[in-house]
Design a protein around this ligand. Structure first.
Ligand code: HEM
Length: 235
């Protein structure tokens, strides 16, 4: 694929990935969000779902690329998609901290406009014990937080100069944790839904297929390697 086409595709991908965010902003500014019975839950679910689906899309790049050498260019989009997953996961976390936990964001914004930024810290001091309590007591929060921390580590180490500084092998080892992040995010989803609710089945099915594709590929590679070693010792 030519450099120009890669650039065009990257621009399209940016538009596709940022579209849900602008859609949400529009939904809020139009007043439509307020008509929802629970606007904060709506934003939490919206950002959580986009984070997870985009994360799964970034995981799909490698198996798709392996289908044929003609798809090698797909790798050029993996970092971009992964960073958008982190972006939505961070919005999701921010929703939890600043809207879900009782942090009075409108009051903080009003105080800031009036030149009293201290309210932001005062509110944080008020809500952080509740957040900490949640982290300690609710396992779905713990596993969600683990997923976010992994995505943070991957986002921070994603630039090429950090990859060079870390060395390819160490970098790759760290970036394999993306599977653990996806697994943790799916578990997070299962643990937060009520018993008997099966909504996370779609993301689970996609993750299982992606993990199977990876296992089959690795097993095939090992098999081919051992066969070629056997062949050379025979010769
Ligand atoms: C940073 C730590 C995280 C916290 C504190 C957190 C918190 C939450 C909360 C409070 C909910 C709503 C629970 C309810 O409805 O009662 C939720 C839902 C959800 N979260 Fe997270 N989350 C975190 C990380 C993540 C990450 C990293 C992902 C995905 C990559 C994710 C994906 C989801 C999904 C898919 C839902 C359910 C959406 C739905 O029901 O439609 N979360 N999360």
């Amino acid at each position: 694929m030519s450099k120009r086409n890669i650039l065009i595709l990257k621009a399209i991908l940016h538009v596709v990935c940022i579209a849900p965010f602008f859609w949400l902003i529009r939904f809020y500014t139009s007043g439509a969000l307020e008509l929802d019975p629970d606007p904060v839950a709506y934003i939490t679910h919206f950002t959580g779902n986009w984070a997870l689906w985009i994360l799964l899309a970034s995981l799909a790049i490698t198996p798709l690329r392996r289908l044929s050498p003609r798809f090698a260019w797909l790798i050029r989009f993996r970092r971009l998609i992964g960073l958008y997953a982190f972006f939505y996961a961070s919005l999701h976390l921010a929703t939890y901290v600043f809207l879900f936990s009782g942090y009075d964001l409108p009051a903080v914004l009003t105080s800031m406009r009036q030149g009293h930024p201290g309210r932001a810290v005062a509110e944080w001091k008020m809500v952080w014990p509740t957040i900490w309590d949640d982290v300690l007591k609710r396992r779905f929060i713990q596993v969600g937080f683990l997923a976010w921390l992994i995505l943070l580590a991957l986002a921070v180490t994603s630039p090429a100069f950090i990859m060079r500084a870390m060395g390819g092998k160490r970098w790759q080892g760290l970036h394999r944790l993306v599977y653990l992040a996806a697994f943790a995010a799916v578990i997070h989803y299962w643990w937060l839904v009520k018993t008997g609710v099966r909504t996370p089945w779609k993301v689970t099915a996609v993750l299982v297929i992606l993990l199977l594709a990876r296992t089959v590929y690795t097993a095939g590679k090992r098999f081919r390697k051992s066969r070629s070693v056997l062949q050379t010792t025979k010769d």
